[in-house]
Design a protein around this ligand. Structure first.
Ligand SMILES: NC(=O)c1ccc[n+]([C@@H]2O[C@H](COP(=O)([O-])OP(=O)(O)OC[C@H]3O[C@@H](n4cnc5c(N)ncnc54)[C@H](OP(=O)(O)O)[C@@H]3O)[C@@H](O)[C@H]2O)c1
Length: 348
């Protein structure tokens, strides 16, 4: 029997956390056991919790604890036991993981790793069910594991979002206004849009203006209450703030040619018919058809390498370990107490 710990949160109050302990039963045929090793934690994981009921995020890693849920994180894990030919113990994988020491998966092998075909995950978005074996991943670099767990799930969205704008001629806009400009997904997008002939305006909290300017990615950085110049603009919303959206629409009027929602760092879902939700898998599908999988991988790889070459200078990594420190980081990220010039990686 293997002992497992799991950090759960109350589904209706993400500040309430608890560490549960249980014993894992022996694997059944077709299963493998992963030992979670290293994960990143950012506002994106908080968003998983905020919209978990809508998107089904609680269903990836079910818990029997009444009213509780497990927040998903991205990271590395090692196969420690396996009944699956071709996936021996010792294999290191990257993918979607629970806030827990272990995860039992039912792998169906692919050319790059495996898909977890466990029944409870069958109707959940496929992108979260795929695990990459590090030795089959051309982008893997053991020296960059921290950057990978923090940025890779975010930067794919940044890359596809920037590509979507370029693909559509920026909808005729000359300016791209980006909220929560200090967030990693936002500044990854700014990095992809840099030098593409549009002016990038970053909006952020007053306390994060200096950091956001220091990135050197935005043409101008303004606090949330400053007035944005009126000219044809696209709005990329990472904050989810209904007030900010209303202010921008009032000020820019018809000059606001496109309003795209990507995130909700302010933790309140504010659906608005004036804004369309960015669904990354749609642009992924389009570009796979346009460029082929290899062409897409090559373009993404180039952008990713350009990004990771600089990301270490922008944001320092702070390491933590174990469930108690994981909970401390969760509370800090949830309450917006983290500083954008540091990012948190937790080893389990
Ligand atoms: N749709 C998609 O496919 C997709 C993919 C990736 C990420 N996202 C979303 O993009 C957003 C950014 O994620 P990230 O992981 O890049 O974030 P991050 O780097 O952890 O962002 C930190 C920033 O978010 C704002 N923030 C964080 N906590 C806050 C709080 N409690 N109250 C108010 N503001 C807070 C602050 O920015 P400011 O001061 O600049 O506002 C802070 O500097 C998330 O909502 C995430 O879910 C969406």
């Amino acid at each position: 029997m293997i002992s497992r710990w799991t950090v759960v949160v109350a589904r209706d109050d993400l500040t309430k956390t608890e560490v549960l302990h249980d014993e894992l039963p022996a694997l059944t045929d077709g299963e493998a056991l992963l030992r979670v090793d290293r994960v990143g934690l950012t506002a994106n994981n908080v968003t998983y919790g905020v919209i978990a009921d809508v998107i089904g995020y609680w269903r990836f890693f079910p818990t029997t604890a009444e009213g509780r849920g497990v927040i998903p994180v991205w990271g590395f894990a090692d196969v420690v036991e396996s009944t699956v030919d071709g996936l021996p113990a010792g294999t290191r994988v990257y993918g979607y993981l629970p806030m827990a020491s272990h995860l039992v998966v039912r792998p169906k092998l692919t050319s790059s790793g495996f898909v977890d075909v466990s029944e409870h995950r069958a109707d959940l978005p496929a992108v979260y069910n795929s695990y990459l074996v590090t030795t089959s991943d051309p982008a893997y670099d053991p020296r960059l594991e921290d950057l990978q767990v923090l940025y890779r799930p975010l930067f794919l969205t940044s890359f596809l979002l920037a590509d979507r704008l370029a693909d559509n001629g920026f909808y005729g806009a000359r300016t791209v206004v980006i909220s929560s400009a200090s967030s990693k997904t936002a500044f990854g997008t700014a990095q992809c849009l840099h030098n593409q002939g549009v002016r990038l305006v970053g909006l952020t909290s007053p306390r994060n203006v200096e950091f956001t300017k220091s990135l050197g990615l935005y043409d101008s950085v303004l606090p949330y209450d400053a007035a944005v110049d009126v000219e044809p603009a696209v709005y990329l919303d990472f904050s989810g703030s209904a007030d900010l959206r209303a202010t921008l629409h009032d000020r820019l009027g018809s000059e606001l040619v496109k309003d795209i929602s990507i995130g909700l760092t302010h933790q309140a879902a504010s659906a608005d018919p004036r804004s369309e939700f960015f669904f990354a898998p749609e642009q992924l599908r389009k570009r796979t058809a346009d460029w082929g999988s290899d062409g897409l991988a090559q373009r993404f790889g180039e952008a990713w390498r350009g990004f990771t070459a600089r990301a270490g200078d922008w944001v320092g990594v702070v390491g933590h370990s174990g469930p108690d420190e994981l909970i401390e980081v969760w509370q800090a990220v949830l309450q917006g107490k983290t500083n954008p010039n540091t990012a948190d990686v937790i080893t389990f």
